[in-house]
Design a protein around this ligand. Structure first.
Ligand code: HEC
Length: 138
């Protein structure tokens, strides 16, 4: 009896460790966020100028401007477009007079958010296991 309980405990512990490991490795397999030094500095620039107060990342943030998670791969947008918008300051968006370095870092940051996944919930599907995944339409 005691041996059986030990065996059950041991088996469940192994299963727990394997499952935990598989969950923590998941983002690595799915193509994790590109966290280059430049992209990390870009996140600081993003916070410094409070871009989040008007823009969303992954649908969270202010709603004066559009969601910027996937701006880098949006048809007709991308790097050149973002550069232009930052220089001009469209509509209610202030012209921030960013330095060239800040602009480069912001672009690296937006590239990393783009590579991390899809923000538009219309592109999500729920798998049988309950996980939310892209339906590949983006
Ligand atoms: C005061 C609000 C506000 C702040 C703060 C703000 N923006 Fe904007 N942003 C806007 C508005 C409004 C637009 C124009 C949306 C439109 O054209 O309909 C815009 C447009 C953009 C666009 C073009 C989006 C597209 O889909 O064409 C980019 C890129 C952008 N902003 C980046 C930034 C970044 C980076 C920051 C921080 C440095 C920032 N914005 C801060 C309000 C803001």
């Amino acid at each position: 009896m005691k041996l059986k309980a030990r065996y059950t405990f041991f088996t469940l512990s192994i299963l727990f460790l394997v499952y935990t490991g598989s969950i923590y490795l998941r983002p690595l397999r799915a193509g994790s966020m590109n966290s280059s030094k430049e992209a990390i500095s870009g996140r600081i620039v993003w916070q410094k100028y409070n871009c989040q107060s008007c823009h969303q990342l992954y649908s969270l943030g202010g709603y004066l401007g559009p969601d910027l998670t996937n701006i880098m791969s949006q048809p007709g947008k991308g790097e050149v477009w973002v550069r232009a918008m930052l220089q001009v300051g469209p509509k209610q968006m202030p012209q921030f007079h960013l330095t060239e370095v800040e602009t480069e870092e912001l672009i690296a940051f937006l590239k990393s958010t783009d590579s991390s996944g899809v923000a538009d919930p219309r592109n999500f599907k729920t798998s049988a296991s309950g996980m939310i995944e892209s339906n590949g339409r983006n």
